[in-house]
Every structure is written in C-alpha cells, then in structure tokens.
Design a protein around this ligand. Sequence first.
Ligand SMILES: [Zn+2]
Length: 342
Amino acid sequence: MNDINNCRRLSVEKAGGIGPSAEPVDECAELSGNQTTLNRSIDCAGVALHSGKKVSLSLKPAGPNMGIIFRRSDLPGLPEIRANWKNVVDTRMCTTLGNSKGVTISTVEHLMAALSGCHVDNAIVEVSGSEVPVMDGSAQPFVFLIECAGVKQLDASRRVIEVLRPVKVESEGRVAELLPSNSFSVGFQIEFDDCAISRQELFITLVNGTFKKEIARARTFGFVNDVEALRASGLALGGSLENAVVVDGDKVLNDGGLRYEDEFVRHKVLDAVGDLYLSGAPIRGHYRGVRAGHHMTNELLKALFAESASWRFIGHAGEEVSSSRGHMIGTTESFNPMAATA
Ligand SMILES: [Zn+2]
C-alpha cells in the first residue's frame, strides 16, 4: 500500500471546458427549450461487464413526457422499467433498475450519462439481457450512437429541476451534495492509495458540449488485486483491458495508458451525471461529490425529492411549472421524479 502523500495530486477546474478567451454563453440555454428524442432507431451489440454475455442494444425514439424507458427485449411481454431514482434496486458496482415484478436492468449509468450529455429527454432503450453492454467502459460509444441517430425537438417544452436549497448526504467520509446554481455543474474529489490514481479533483460546468469533450471518453476503472475476488463472486466476467482501466499500484496496465491525465475522477463525474439523470429531468444545480458513488447519489436524490421546499420544476423562461403536468401515454405515466412505476 502506498502513502497517498507521496503521490502526485491532480486538481483541475473546467469552466465549460473552454479557455478564458472563449465567448460567454448563456449557461441555462441548453437546459431550457423543447424536449427532444432520437431522430431514428439505432442498434449496437456488446459484452455485459458482469455476466460476460453478449447483448444487443437498440435506442428508439419516444414521444414527449415519456422520459427514458428501458425495455427487456429478451423477456416475454417486453417488460419495461422507467429510468427513475425510485426504481434503483441495487448500487453495488453499478446502478441497477428494477420493476415491481422483479425484472432488472444493470449498468445503466454510462448510457444515462450519454443521454443527459446529449440532452435526450425521451427514448426507449431495448436491451436483450439484464445488463447494458459496457462497450469501452465509457459513455463515448453511446454518444456516438446518439449522434448517428440524430436528436430532434418535440412539440413540448422541457421541464428542468431547479435545486432551491442545499441537500447533503454523508457517510464515513463520503459526501454527495446538491447546491443551488445557475447551471448544471459537477465537482468531484477522489482519493485512493494507489499512486496511479492518488487524489484527484475536478470542477466542471456541463455546457457547450463539455460532456462530450471532457467527460464522455473517461473509462471505468478497477484494481488488479480485486479482479480475482470479483470473478469468484461472478462479477466482472466480461471485464478486460478493452473496457476498463486496470490499476496496479502506481501503474496503469492498459497498453495505451490513460485517455485523460485525470481519467479516474472524470469517470466519477460521468457516473454522477448518469445517476443524476435518474431524477427524470435535467438539473439546474451544482453536484458535489467526495468519494461518492452510485449509492450516495441515489440517496441524495431521495433526500432532494423528500422535501418539496428543496426543488421545483421550471420551464423555458425560468418560470415555475406544475410537478403534476403531463399526459398519460398508454400505460406509462408522464415523466415525473415522483412517479416511478414502469
Ligand atoms: Zn462508471
């Protein structure tokens, strides 16, 4: 075990991923406006990280106020699970969603991050197994798919969740917090004994395509010492140097090295963006994570929505809009952070 104080520390601030000479932007512009969906359906196939099985994935257009719906194409009746914080049934290793009939879909967070980063409000995600394929361990392949399909506006205005007062969850030195802010930004700190990671810190405002440029390519990571234990538990069977950064003390075992000098903390930001999108709408607020993970972020959303004074829906011009607005479409309720039934 290494002494963390002997390791190099990385601390980076990214304000929209742009230099000081860049044009000023309206940080809220990307959050407001009309809802979107995909222009057309698009498919891919990949390996499930934990089961090691090959799965296919289809992203399909969906109507306004549908939100993101996962659909298991391998099961009779094509059961659906809404991408909602209330449907999170497991947060060990990845985020798993489940419905009342016990149907689950795991490892949703990287795809959810891509949908959030590409501002896709409504989509159906068909998966032929119980896990979203891990692809290269980042969100970039999903961003590529979304860009190939194209994103189109729908005739319905977008609602944004505005954080009205600080909400915080803490446990054993881990912190996840949402604070009022004019834009969507994420600050994250991590600290590991392994010198390849050590202590890393990043602050990033997610505007002007910064998700795609600065976050989307950051891969998930693991430790060589954990691989045997994970595999003995039937986990990470599909894991390889093709879909994760593998760390051994002060070394990164992947041939090509890292994609960003601070790829580890960027991946934690990616996970947070994906897990936060289970709120059901874009968030106008600042997320701060200290050694946080899927569980803490889910607890944070529970704490946010537990108090109606902590948040409100706002519309195009920053005006408050009703939390009960929406339509009943088929058997699926309109997207609403308080409605989780799929
Ligand atoms: Zn991840």
